[in-house]
Structures are given as C-alpha cells and as structure tokens.
Design a protein around this ligand. Structure first.
Ligand code: CDP
Ligand code: MG
Length: 139
C-alpha cells in the first residue's frame, strides 16, 4: 500500500554534500520524492519534531544540532515507504548500522547520524504536517 514518510537530512549530511547521494538512494529504490526543501530549522519546529524525546538526556543536544546549519526535509512516497526508508537508513548509532544503509555507509557517530525518518505511519502524518504546513501536492 502506498504511504508517505518524512525524512530529514541533518546538518552534517548537507555540509558534506550528501543531499543528492541520499535522495538518489530513495529514487533508485523506486520511491518518489513528492515534496522537498532546504531550510534553516527553527528551534520550536525541531522541539515539536522530537517531542517524544523531550525527557531524554540527549533532547537538548539533538535539538541544538538540528539548528546548527541547513537541513533538507522531504516527503517520500511509495509502497511501505515508512518501513522501507527506516531500513535504508539503518540503526540509530551508525557504528551499529549495517553497511549498505545510509548511516552504515556515511556515518560513524550517533550525534552525526545523517538522517531522520518517521518511525511509523502516524508519526509520518504528524511530521509531514509539521515540516510542510503548506501541504503536499497530490500529484
Ligand atoms: O533517529 P532514530 O529514530 O533512529 O532515533 P531516535 O531514538 O528517535 O532518536 C532521535 C535522534 O536523537 C537520533 O537520530 C540521534 O540523532 C539522537 N540520539 C542521540 O543523540 N543519542 C541517543 N542515545 C539517542 C538518540
Ligand atoms: Mg526516531
């Protein structure tokens, strides 16, 4: 079933010129990029994005990091997009991520793990609305 997920390329990935490399992996997989922007995130949006982690020790650090430079936000659509993109991203800590995944190929440390993607379809709906309040074109 076709569904959508939200991905972010974090500041380290943008800084390292990996926007095209990361996005092309999704396209090569057969997924579609249906919305895309590069932006400097504002703190309130990032805190809302990571709201589920508000009580965790890393919350401030990860929010600080997301605001250190430009990021890319995209909506990726296709069959089982949420699960497919999570699998392509790899484990949260790149040192545990399988080679062949984005984090396993381009990351080394958890604080610079390159990408975010929605954990489940409900989170995807919430995150798409947060990062694309202007809406996403149907076609
Ligand atoms: O990004 P993912 O869904 O794989 O992991 P998460 O558990 O939802 O954590 C969100 C983000 O917080 C991670 O991608 C890391 O950037 C950061 N994090 C961290 O810095 N240290 C941790 N122990 C866990 C997460
Ligand atoms: Mg998560």
């Amino acid at each position: 079933m076709s569904e959508s997920t939200l991905i972010l390329i974090k500041p380290g990935g943008v800084q390292r010129n990996l926007i095209g490399t990361v996005l092309s992996r999704f396209e090569q997989r057969g997924l579609r990029i249906v919305a895309l922007k590069r932006l400097l995130a504002d703190r309130a949006t990032v805190e809302a994005h990571y709201d589920e982690h508000r009580e965790r020790a890393f919350f401030q650090d990860v929010c600080d990091y997301l605001c250190t430079g430009p990021i890319v936000a995209a909506v990726i659509t296709g069959d089982n997009a949420v699960k497919a993109v999570r699998a392509m991203m790899g484990a949260t800590n790149p040192i545990e991520a399988t080679p062949g995944t984005i984090r396993g190929d381009f990351g080394l440390t958890i604080d610079d793990n390159l990408t975010h993607s929605s954990s489940d379809p409900e989170a995807a709906l919430r995150e798409i609305a947060l990062w694309f309040p202007e809406g996403v074109a149907e076609r």
